[in-house]
Design a protein around this ligand. Structure first.
Ligand SMILES: Nc1ncnc2c1ncn2[C@@H]1O[C@H](COP(=O)(O)OP(=O)(O)O)[C@@H](O)[C@H]1O
Ligand SMILES: [Mg+2]
Length: 264
């Protein structure tokens, strides 16, 4: 079971679009995927049409309801979701008197049987607060979408600082899965420049997969359909399928590295 947080405190950088469509593309290859929506705006949950207000990720922080009981099916057979809820916005107050507030999600995830899931994908809010910290503390990997159509690299340094801090203090196992260039429009000089500066700064941590600007991705949520269902032949569907393949391949190389570490 691989746990991947999709995070970047910048709003509108394609976190939710990536969480939903990466989940769908992994599910298409028969991987069993659980999507956890930790965003009070609950965009991923609305997108997938799962918004039972009694079963949401807020309960992970505010109640003892078993995590299995919060999981809802979606229209894609192999994607299940723990949906988001606006009450997540008040989670810091709700847990103020608890011990280990950074580990609340991690502790609850232990109740899942790792054999039941290939991937847990966590969509996070556009902040580096308690919810995102819980996501990163629970994850083995961090996927960072970066849009190249506007100047967004300024916030990335802050995110990397947070990543380093969390790795040092809370979760030494956390690795950067990669930076995902999103909304890439290779016709514009600006988009090319941002892509190049990402590669200059982060080298091979920039994924080979690139998500191009595509109107179909912006349309799909209104139809409650992921991109593979909404327009499976689109460039966007192709891009997310390629991303899923790269994510699967990178997982295999981690497994090898871990084995080598083990034998030393
Ligand atoms: N590759 C893309 N092409 C066109 N529009 C996109 C693309 N990726 C994301 N968008 C749009 O950009 C906006 C922000 O994306 P979203 O995934 O909601 O970002 P975040 O979750 O980081 O706030 C949404 O309106 C979404 O439809
Ligand atoms: Mg979002």
């Amino acid at each position: 079971m691989r746990v991947i947080s999709v995070a970047n405190q910048k709003g509108g950088c394609a976190k939710t679009t990536t969480a939903v469509n990466l989940a769908a593309s992994l599910a298409e290859t028969k991987k069993r995927v659980l999507l956890i929506d930790l965003d009070p705006q609950a965009n991923a949950s609305q997108w997938l049409g799962a918004s039972n207000p009694a079963k949401t990720s807020f309960s992970i922080f505010s109640s003892k309801i078993p995590i299995q009981d919060l999981i809802q099916p979606t229209q894609v057979t192999d994607i299940n979701i723990i949906s988001g809820h606006q009450d997540l916005a008040s989670v810091e107050k709700v847990v103020a008197n608890e011990l280990g507030v950074d580990f609340l999600l991690k502790r609850r995830l232990r109740d899942l049987n790792p054999k039941d899931w290939d991937f847990i994908i966590i969509d996070t809010p556009p902040t580096l607060g308690l919810l995102t910290v819980n996501a990163l503390t629970s994850s083995g990997e961090l996927l960072i979408p970066v849009t190249t159509h506007i100047m967004t690299l300024t916030g990335v340094a802050q995110l990397i600082n947070k990543y380093n801090e969390i790795k040092e203090v809370l979760n030494p196992d956390l690795e950067i899965l990669g930076f995902l260039p999103s909304r890439v429009d290779t016709r514009t000089k600006h988009s090319k420049e941002i892509l190049q500066s990402l590669i200059d700064r982060f080298g091979n941590k920039v994924l080979k997969s690139v998500i191009r600007e595509n109107i179909r991705l912006a349309e799909a949520p209104s139809f409650n359909e992921n991109i593979l269902i909404y327009d499976g032949q689109s460039g966007a569907a192709k891009d997310y399928r390629e991303l899923a393949q790269e994510v699967i391949q990178l997982g295999k190389s981690y497994a090898k590295i871990k084995k080598i570490d083990h034998s030393e």
